[in-house]
Structures are given as C-alpha cells and as structure tokens.
Design a binder for this molecule. Sequence first.
Ligand SMILES: Nc1nc2c(ncn2[C@@H]2O[C@H](COP(=O)(O)OP(=O)(O)OP(=O)(O)O)[C@@H](O)[C@H]2O)c(=O)[nH]1
Ligand SMILES: [Zn+2]
Length: 356
Amino acid sequence: MVRDYSAFLPAAAPLQKERSALDRLGWDPFFAQQIDVDALAETPPVRVVAVHRSGLHVVGEGIDETVPPGVDATVGDWLLLDRAQPQSCRVLERKSLIKRRAPGTGRGVQPIAANIDTVFIVTSCNQDFNVARLERYAALAFDAEVEPVIVLTKTDLVDDPAPYVDAARAISDRMAVIALDARGDEPARALANWCRPGRTVAFLGSSGVGKSTLTNALLGRQAVATQAIREDDARGRHTTTNRELHAIPGGCLVLDTPGMRELQLADAAAGIADVFEDIAAMVTGCRFADCQHDTEPGCAVVAAVAEGRLDPARLARWRKLQAEDAFNSASLFQRREKDRAFGKLVRNATGAKTRR
Ligand SMILES: Nc1nc2c(ncn2[C@@H]2O[C@H](COP(=O)(O)OP(=O)(O)OP(=O)(O)O)[C@@H](O)[C@H]2O)c(=O)[nH]1
Ligand SMILES: [Zn+2]
C-alpha cells in the first residue's frame, strides 16, 4: 500500500480537519523537519508507547508492532521504523528528555521518558506534601525542558487546601498549581488546558498520591490499576509497574510512571537555577564570584536572609539540591576522589541510607 506522507512534512498543505494518526500520537514539525520525504516513505515514523523485555512497542500510521531489543530508545521516543534492520532504527532528536540518576549504586543516568510536553507533579494534601520534593521534581522537569504543573490531590480529605496551595505557589512563579479531588470528572476539566490532542503528559510523584487515579480520570475508564491505601498512611505501597503511554480518546497521550522513590538529580544545574531563580539572581550580587554564601563579606544571599527577603529554609534546600547535583554530576574519577568527603554530606543532605 502506498501511503501519502506529504501532510507530515514541514511544507504541509493547509490544516486538515481530521487529525492523522501521527498527529494524534504527537507528531509535529519539530520531528518532521528532521527527515526527508524518501526516508519518510521507506522508514515510517513510529512512537514508542511502551518498553518491554521483548522489545519496544511502537505505533504509527497503520502500524502497531514490537521492535526487538537493541535500539537505544525510551518510552515517548520517535523512531524511523526500519523493518529490514530493526536494531538500527534511527531515533529522532528529542524535544525533551526526563532522566534521573540510576537507582542503587549504579553511576549512570537513566532516561525515563522522551518528548513529554507537560509533567504533572502530583502530591496530596496530607503527609506526602513536601516542599523539598516538589522543588526536586520541578528542577528535574525544568532541566528536561518539560513544563511542570503541580497537582495537589485529595482536597476532599482536608478542611482547607489553601495552605497547601500557598506553599506550592511559593516554590516558583513559573509553575501553575491545581488542587483537586482526583476521583470523578474534576481532573478532566482542571487539566484540560495541558491535555489537548497531540500533547503528551506525564505524572510524577510518590506512591499513593493519585497518579493512576488521575490517569484513569482522564481516560474515563479503569486502564491503570489503582490501589487502596489506608488514609492515615500517606505512603502506601508501590503498585504501578509499567511505563506506558495511554491515548485518551480525542485527547492527549498520558504516560504513567512507576513511583519514583529513588529520584536523584544529575546534571540538573540549569533546572535547579530555574526553580530557585530568586536565589540565582541574588548570587550575581555577591562581591566574590566564588562566594559560598557563608561568612564572606558582601554576600547578597546572607544579606537577603538577614533582611527577611529570603526564607533560610529555602536557602538550605537550595544548598542540598546543589550538593546532590554536584555529587551526582561529577565524573567517575572525580567521584572516586570526592566519594569519601562528599559521601557523608550527601547522605545527610538527601536522607539516603547508604551509598554502598
Ligand atoms: N479521597 C481521595 N482519594 C484519592 C484521591 N486521589 C487518589 N485517591 C485514592 O488514593 C489511593 C491511591 O491512588 P493511586 O491513584 O493508586 O496512587 P498512585 O500515585 O497511582 O500510586 P502508585 O501506583 O503506587 O504510584 C486510591 O485508593 C485512590 O482512590 C483524591 O483526590 N481523593
Ligand atoms: Zn554570597
């Protein structure tokens, strides 16, 4: 069968009313401009909607199949499907990439999801709410070039969600904050702005905060198993095990991720600076370029704390994230050198139990 791919090329004809299968999967000019017509016909673009042991589950225009393992791609990636040599499928340049430091004692950086447009940072109006964790997720999102939105769930279980909303708003002017009951039809309305057709969204957050419930609310069906937790135990147990893109009929694509308890920043200095842009701006006013914002004369940060313009707790959280990121970003050689000195600091700063 001969397919007409002209509509997916940069010089596309006038807007068509019907969205193509590729458009619905998130195909847009950013990807189209990376390939020419011939490549498009020979190796059709497909999106990785799930990663399994047996390979990558890919979907495209009239395509729904598994590419055997071997291609270095993650969920959300766009591939050019080469059926003759599936292992050498080209991975298109990514719009965004959410990554983290690999869990355990491994030293690598692990890709979590590619080409996500919006990440909903989910927490609940209870013991799970933790400003430091929200800042960490926000830094991760900004660093990945993904728009973060904070979603506060379980508003129905508190008398007044306002203090949670205020604390979340204080983190950054660049993030919307939404508070809702994740059950029922509220999420579909409240998140509609970010869940338009062709967009890809993801949920990040601890186990039990309502990520699966939100996903199901958007999907309008029980696609993802949710878990009942005791309401006096905000932690809950880990239930979601797959990383998969779900298509919402007539809407966006939703990635459901496993609870990311071990999330550590690595190479995320730019993202940290985005979240803490107030402090980043102050630092430029310090007298010394290498100011540690400790006892140096002419320190703009210390002055801001003294004058009540900067919350010392926020400064402390910034220092911790900086230390963690610096440690995780160091080269293997540097790390071995720094291991002893930094190990203790990072353990204290991140609350991680042991590194080895
Ligand atoms: N009352 C109330 N319960 C909620 C709300 N959001 C989630 N829950 C309940 O909290 C429990 C956990 O929700 P899940 O959606 O499974 O949480 P999750 O974040 O997907 O958890 P993991 O899959 O472990 O990462 C379920 O019993 C939900 O019904 C909410 O806004 N209000
Ligand atoms: Zn300073």
